[in-house]
Design a protein around this ligand. Structure first.
Ligand code: VG1
Ligand code: CO
Length: 550
């Protein structure tokens, strides 16, 4: 590379580049400020370069995003930054696209050092919406907390970043370029991921299901999964063309919120409630790691979905025929999977919120399946949650059992009982007011033990902290939890992915062995009321009702 081509650009630190639950998320305009993106990614490079055995010249970096506004511009700039930093190879997904799970698959299959996912996940996209950058490590999973903290500290000390001059690449055509001394490949975003799915699942069994006239509707929400879903469902599994709706990735997700839940996927939910509803409905978020599972007139809550996949995977999915090593769920996630684990004599781990906490358990072979209440499910096939994988799990379960979604759910509740579960989000709260509210409840926790609450007795009230059983690292302040004698739980924490003020997440769960037919709202109302009172939500935040209930 000619030395004159290289540029060392003086910069000053931005004080707000601390990654949250899943990468750095900000308003798009914040990311568009001069140097903002480069500073953050230079800090990532500086940090990982120091790790033992890393020589960039011999390493591969993967770059791709969910297609949101600013994705393409950011990619062009990051290719130049990566080349100036001396990476041997850079692989860029065609069209600048790579779903989060595909990124994980590509890192693992190509033995890459890591990857940059340009996404704010389920947050809206556009000039006035959100953008984000996540860094994934060699195992294909999100950077662990220790690394993100180092990166953050590095952002605060940054004085320069390096880049070089090079014309923009044609991202829409497969091709090879020399950028400085770096070999850059625009590669097929679909092939590694689809190959992995073919290895795990019995595609012929699912093809037969569609041949028998089984109908489904998949909503890609104009996020990155459209091309993956068309290839897998319509091309390889023989679902009719038109099964995938909103399948074209759009920079603003068509103006919608690409968050697959009952509120934001309302159109899909309505289809599944129509008289001529298909048998099965599913959706994924902007970057493809979340999933929503629907049956005809029924919704599978994410905690139940994890439990049901754990119950059926060894019998229905070739990739899990050898059985499960264990299961894991984030702390706020319902305890439904715990009962499946107990019945099968499997270890069950409870981690803080965020997929990065599953990485060590998966790497150590301690668990096979993991999930979060936030519509995230996944397994040891990757180190990310995986939306389409969950859809294929359900298709496999339906194909093998011959049951409808509702029948699968009912059978599960009959056998294991039901964890009635809801999450209430109170968005755009004043950040200081919200922080004070959590502190006040934390201080109150010791006085709650042994008192009566929502018709039961408090057996434990604490601020969740987690010691990773593999590397011994400790993560504190991971959410306040109040456990009741009847198995109910109440959990509160502040979101780490928002870009405006604070979001309070209130999680409520009540366990019942009633066949599962009761109305969720009614079962949970006393717990919600108790939480609202304990938090003094009305008094402190002036809020009567949640912004979103999922
Ligand atoms: C939320 C969810 C969490 C999930 C995270 C990233 O975090 O609660 O379970 O792992 O989003 O998901 P928080 O801190 O806002 O509660 V995604 O699809 O944005 O990568
Ligand atoms: Co996501």
């Amino acid at each position: 590379m000619s030395a004159s081509n290289m540029q060392s650009i003086p910069t000053i630190p931005f004080p707000d580049q601390r990654p949250g639950t899943s990468g750095l998320r900000k308003k798009t305009r914040v990311f568009m400020q001069p140097h903002y993106l480069e500073n953050f990614v230079q800090a990532i490079f500086d940090t990982v370069r120091e790790e033992p055995g890393v020589d960039f010249a011999r390493e591969t970096l993967i770059i791709g995003g969910d297609g949101r506004y600013y994705n393409r511009t950011a990619i062009q700039r990051l290719v130049r930054l990566a080349a100036a930093n001396g990476f041997g190879r850079v692989l860029v997904g065609r069209g600048g696209l790579l779903s989060t799970p595909a990124m994980s698959a590509v890192i693992r299959r190509h033995g890459a050092l890591g990857g940059l996912v340009l996404s704010a996940s389920h947050n809206p996209g556009g000039l006035e919406a959100d953008f984000g950058v996540k860094y994934n490590i060699r195992n294909g999973g999100p950077a662990p907390e220790r690394l993100t903290e180092h990166i953050y500290r590095r952002t605060l000390a940054l004085t320069h970043y390096v880049t070089l001059t090079h014309p923009d690449l044609d991202l829409d055509r497969l091709g090879q370029y020399s950028v400085g001394s770096t070999q850059v490949l625009v590669f097929d975003s679909l092939s590694d991921y689809t190959a992995l799915m073919e290895e795990l699942f019995d595609f012929e069994a699912v093809r037969q299901l569609f041949r028998r006239g089984f109908q489904m509707c998949f909503d890609a929400m104009h996020g990155v999964t459209g091309p993956y879903a068309r290839e897998l469902l319509e091309q390889r599994l023989g679902a009719p063309v038109g099964t995938v709706i909103r399948g074209t990735p759009l920079e603003d997700f068509g103006g919608a919120h690409p968050d697959p839940n009952l509120v934001h996927a309302a159109e899909l939910v309505a289809r599944l409630h129509a008289p001529d509803a298909p048998d099965f409905g599913a959706a994924c978020d902007g970057d493809g790691d979340r999933n929503l599972i629907l049956g005809r007139q029924c919704f599978v809550s994410p905690g139940d979905s994890l439990a049901i996949i754990a119950e059926h995977a060894p019998h229905c999915i070739p990739g899990y025929r050898a059985g499960l090593a264990g299961v894991a769920r984030s702390m706020p996630t319902s305890t439904a999977v715990d009962r499946v684990a107990a019945a099968g004599g499997l270890p069950c781990y409870e981690t803080p919120t965020g997929w990065k906490f599953f990485g060590n358990l998966l790497d150590a072979g301690r668990c096979t399946l993991c999930g979060e209440e936030s519509f995230g499910t996944g397994s040891n096939h990757l180190r990310e949650k995986d939306g389409l994988w969950a859809v294929l799990c359900w298709l496999s379960i339906l194909a093998t059992t011959g049951k409808s979604v509702a029948e699968v759910l009912q059978a599960h509740w009959q056998r294991f009982g039901r964890s009635y579960f809801q999450r209430h989000d109170y968005e755009a709260l004043d950040a200081q007011v919200a922080a004070d509210m959590i502190t006040a409840l934390r201080d109150k926790l010791p006085t709650l033990v042994d008192t009566d609450l929502a018709g039961s007795r408090v057996t434990c009230a604490d601020d969740f902290s987690y010691t990773d059983p593999v590397d011994g690292s400790v993560s504190t302040h991971q959410g306040l939890r109040i456990l009741l004698a009847d198995g109910s739980r109440l959990v509160c924490r502040l979101s780490g992915t928002g870009t405006e003020g604070a979001t309070l997440r209130l999680y409520v769960e009540r366990y019942r062995t009633d066949g599962g037919q009761a109305a969720v709202d009614a079962v949970l109302a006393p717990l919600v009321q108790a939480a609202v009172q304990l938090l003094e939500l009305r008094e402190r935040c002036g809020r009567e009702t949640a912004t979103v209930i999922t």
